[in-house]
Ligand binder design. Structure first.
Ligand code: ADP
Ligand code: MG
Length: 249
């Protein structure tokens, strides 16, 4: 059994069947990519995994436990962290302050802005945040305004903010969308580094096939809300249905 088991998940938006009988099994400590054309249901599926949406029918098990009906923060506490399509950081805060937020949240169960101004008494949080920035190669940027960073660095920070919660499953929704090629390659390297350094499972929704084939060990192709095929990257590359549905051939 996989660390993540999605069984017969259906989700409708009014008359639109966004997900139809989705089955997906993600094996522990692998990188599993979910690809498919725009509107295939990829983000909807991800939102069903993190409690942002509740499927109409079906089940979602993480490490054997149902996530359905739990709130997003409870699912996060179970060990699932997610990175959205658009970076979600506090632009007006420094890189270091941003990194401290999830560490405070995890330690205290909540985060209050005042916590940031009392850093003298918060050495443990500060040290953890600095340590994480070092492992991300961002220590030299720690006093920078987050808004001033490149798209790639914002993404790097955001991924680090997720990692500081020690997830067992990291979910990424098009992490390289809108990035220049150099930032995309840096993100690929970062995800490889994370995979090498930790016991972590990564499920990545991605449009860029260069990213998919650089990272994924398994690939599920979604088309019109349902899995079309699931296989290794080598098999997926040559699959006629995939070329037709996804690559438009
Ligand atoms: P993808 O991420 O693969 O591009 P989405 O999961 O975002 O696809 O969307 C799947 C389908 O569901 C699309 O047709 C989209 O317009 C529709 N959809 C997504 N979210 C909503 C929503 N909140 N309300 C209505 N329709 C939605
Ligand atoms: Mg999407």
């Amino acid at each position: 059994m996989g660390i993540l088991e999605v069984k017969n998940v259906n989700k409708r938006f009014g008359g639109l069947q966004a997900l139809g009988d989705v089955n997906l099994s993600v094996a522990e400590n692998t990188v599993h990519a979910i690809i498919g054309p725009n509107g295939a249901g990829k983000s909807t599926l991800l939102n069903c995994l993190i409690g942002k949406l509740i499927p109409d029918t079906g089940s979602v098990l993480f490490d054997g436990e149902s996530v359905l009906g739990r709130k997003p923060f409870e699912i996060c506490q179970m060990g699932i962290s997610r990175v959205f399509q658009t970076p979600e950081i506090f632009g007006e805060l420094s890189v270091l302050e941003n990194m401290m937020i999830p560490i405070f949240a995890k330690r205290d169960g909540a985060f209050r802005m005042q916590a940031l101004s009392s850093t003298a008494g918060e050495r443990d949080v500060l040290e953890q945040a600095e340590h994480m920035l070092e492992s991300l190669n961002m220590a030299d940027k720690r006093h920078m305004h987050s808004a001033a960073m490149s798209r790639g660095d914002k993404r790097r920070l955001e991924i680090g903010m997720c990692l500081s919660q020690n997830p067992r499953l990291l979910l990424l929704d098009e992490p390289t969308a809108g990035m220049a090629r150099a930032d995309t390659n840096n993100t690929i390297d970062l995800l490889k580094q994370i995979k090498d350094e930790r016991d972590i499972t990564i499920a990545i929704i991605e449009h860029d096939m260069h990213v998919v084939f650089s990272l994924a060990e398994r690939i599920t192709v979604l088309a019109q809300g349902s899995p079309l095929v699931e296989d290794t990257p080598e098999k997926i590359k040559g699959h006629p249905k995939v070329r037709e549905a996804y690559l438009g051939e």
